[in-house]
Ligand binder design. Structure first.
Ligand code: CAA
Length: 376
């Protein structure tokens, strides 16, 4: 029986900072960011959003009432959790109006947890093929002002509905490898991660070599902490894909930045949206990396008729319709984000939500979050 991704959706914040603005303020040659690192824009989370609202927007873009009734598990992957105890999926459950006969878990393993969740969901559905699992990933990649990682920041969420007889992609078993490494970590007392970016690139490439399947694919998607990581990874991969295909693989990341857990799947969405050829029956390679560290290589086979469940026009217009903000607004929004996550106090009247957002954070009262669906 085929098990895999029935539908996939994504959300990135409605605001972005162009790398030209950042380069000017940081006294850097813009080509370091745009050519060297490969980042053109950075998605910037607004004050009325958090990892829950982003996950809600992504899930809401794919789920209908029949899907909602069949979901009995939510796996929420994040490395930017808002609570040490309560799973963010609880808020998602309430706001999507899902049934009560449901399990919710939050999973963490740096940027790998979404892949781990997907594979666990596949095995679960294999045992109970009438069930559907909602796999969510949502993160704010925030490294702090004036840090080497600042130019690679981003934010966004992915939602995947896992089922038997999937209409989008059958997911195959992966090869994985783990080793304790100090390339990236954020102890609970730190607002931003400690990251050794150059060490992390070496760890990433080493993990890729260990699980490399030595198989040739038309497209291989890579986890991208920054867009040009795909170029570096493709060079150590046993069967590198062509330059025009790498351009497709990294196109969305270039426009968004790192979204941590969702980054690999944003790359898949980039391929689904921009591939010139039909992807029906095409098997795509997927390399997932999570600092700390774990690497997994798996593949998935795109199903016949996948374009009925993936609307590429909608995906492209989501990216194209975002609003550019200036450097001052970027500083204001990220300061707001940082302070909000430290003080745990917030009221929506402080800020007007973007007109296209369906879900907003209304209030935080002593750490408890209250959300609103705008159409309510
Ligand atoms: N024109 C064109 N290119 C230029 C240039 C210019 N004027 N100036 C520099 N460059 C090139 C450099 O030659 C270099 O290219 P190569 O990599 O091909 O050698 C590139 O631009 C970057 O330059 P530097 O290496 O000098 O830049 P840096 O020291 O500032 O570091 C970085 C870059 C390592 C990507 C840094 O931004 C960083 O650490 N970012 C964070 C990355 C990260 O999060 N890593 C964790 C990985 S995994 C993950 O996503 C997280 C997870 O699992 C938790």
């Amino acid at each position: 029986m085929k098990i895999g991704i029935d539908k996939i959706g994504f959300y990135v914040p409605r605001y972005f900072l162009d790398m030209t603005s950042l380069a000017k303020e940081r006294n850097q040659d813009v080509n370091k960011y745009k050519v060297g690192i490969g980042q053109h824009k950075m998605a910037v989370i607004s004050p009325s959003e958090d990892i829950v609202t982003m996950a809600l927007e992504a899930a809401n873009s794919i789920l209908d009432d029949t899907d909602k009734a069949a979901i009995d598990t939510i796996l929420f992957a994040t490395e930017t959790a808002i609570d040490y105890s309560k799973a963010a999926g609880n808020y998602v459950h309430r706001m999507l109006g899902l049934q009560h006969n449901i399990r919710i878990l939050e999973l963490k393993q740096a940027c790998y947890a979404a892949t781990g969740s997907l594979q666990l969901a596949i095995d679960y559905v294999r045992m109970q093929p009438d069930k559907k699992v909602l796999v969510l990933s949502s993160d704010v990649a925030w490294y702090g002002f004036n840090t080497p990682g600042e130019s690679t920041q981003g934010a966004g969420a992915i939602a995947m509905l896992v089922s038997a007889n999937p209409r989008l992609a059958e997911v195959h078993k992966g090869q994985f490898t783990t080793e304790e490494l100090p390339d990236f970590y954020r102890p609970s007392y730190q607002e931003v991660p400690t990251v050794d970016g150059h060490l992390s690139i070496r760890c990433y490439n080493d993990m890729l070599k260990r699980v490399d399947p030595n198989t040739s694919y038309l497209y291989t998607c890579f986890h991208m902490p920054f867009a040009n990581m795909a170029v570096k990874a493709n060079k150590v991969f046993s069967n590198p894909i062509s330059q025009d295909k790498i351009d497709v693989v990294k196109a969305f990341t270039q426009e968004v930045g790192n979204i941590y857990n969702g980054s690999l799947f944003l790359s898949l969405i980039s391929v689904l949206s921009l591939a010139k050829e039909s992807l029906e029956n095409e098997t795509i390679g997927m390399f997932s990396y999570g600092s700390g560290a774990i690497g997994e290589f798996f593949s998935l086979t795109i199903q016949e008729g996948y374009e009925h469940v993936f609307d590429k026009t909608k995906a492209l217009s989501h990216l194209d319709s975002r609003d550019e903000i200036n450097f001052k607004t970027y500083v204001e929004y990220m300061t707001f984000y940082k302070d909000k996550e430290v003080t745990h106090q917030y009221i929506a009247s402080d800020f007007k939500a973007h007109k296209d957002n369906q879900f907003v954070l209304e209030q935080m009262v002593q750490g408890h979050r209250i959300y609103k669906k705008v159409s309510d």
